[in-house]
Design a protein around this ligand. Sequence first.
Ligand SMILES: *Cc1c(COP(=O)(O)O)cnc(C)c1O
Length: 397
Amino acid sequence: MNSTSHDRLAIRGGPAVLPEGPPDWPLADDEVLAALQAAYASGDWGRYHGRNCAALAEEIARFHGVAHAALCCSGTIAVELALRGVGVGADDEVVLAGYDFPGNFRAVEAVGARVVLVDVHESNWNFDPDQLAAACGQKTKAVVVSHLHGGIVPLRGLVETARSRGLCVVEDACQCPGATVEGRRAGTWGDVGVWSFGGSKLLTAGRGGALFTDSALIQQRIKVASERGNDAFPLSELQAAVLLPQVARLDERNAMRAASVQRLLVALAKTVGVRPLVNAAGDTQPAYYKLGLKLAPEELRVVAGVSSGERADFSSAAAVRDEFLAAVRAEGVALDDGFRGFSLRGSRRCRKLGELRQSQLAAERMMLLHHPVLLSPAETIDRVAAAIARVAVAFCS
Ligand SMILES: *Cc1c(COP(=O)(O)O)cnc(C)c1O
């Protein structure tokens, strides 16, 4: 090949497209600094009870147009409390997607229930609502639905199915606070919605979580499950203080991130080997904690001649992805792999509906762009697209 050093990928010693690398998170934020100073001045930083937690819970309920919100120490615990809130217990079954946040599987086990896995939809590699009805058995009590990586699960039909079978719905909006799902805020279609305030999330306090619900009964059960003579899984006053200004700016920042994603996907539309997650039409607007991109290794030369999609190819697809991700990261873009998914979990731990083939593909092929760069200027977004495209081109030539 006759390429100059300038054409060479960064991973092969050429210059990186974004030599400055991905932005740090959290970003500098004057309002957060002011909130920290105010929490210090008032003494709330060191109190069990101050004004911040109460104000945050009220704000989260108002934001969603629901009656109640509860705060806790993480999104993972929030999912567990949500399951307790809807009354799931020992020997019950809970339906989960075959590709999801690992902690959600553990949350079901933590309340003594058993997981039932259904496949994800091939269009966006998120929970496939059409699978729910067939997954329900005598013991099935609830379903946990996560909107992942910019994918949105259409919930109108899913909630109808759940209701007709007597199932409760826990909606995990940890990755998409403020998103719109068929005309409603993410987290408000189900019986209870969940947020995370983990250190990488769109709303961050380093750690933390929240639940919100319209049901006084669910709110009461969450309170009882949290109570051990003291609030056993608390969010602190200091955490609540830094979250309040972030919630106030959430819609504005989500809109900026969505505009960046739009620009990026237009720029990548003709890039071989890289495909967007496609959501069903409807009044839906994702929020982007991670932007999911599908690697299509069958389009890349590295596995040319190997037929796509067969079980035997999965491992090689994952190997191609690892190489692809390393090359993009060398260009200065935070592109990582996704969850491992649950499709290989044994039948001792869960019941599975079918082969979960799309879940397996998602586990092997998902690529995730981390969100901080999405608040960058358009020029940076264009370079992110250029970096991904140049790696794809290199893998094809
Ligand atoms: C991050 C995350 C959680 C859990 O949040 P933590 O605060 O990290 O415990 C749950 N579900 C999904 C989909 C997540 O992305």
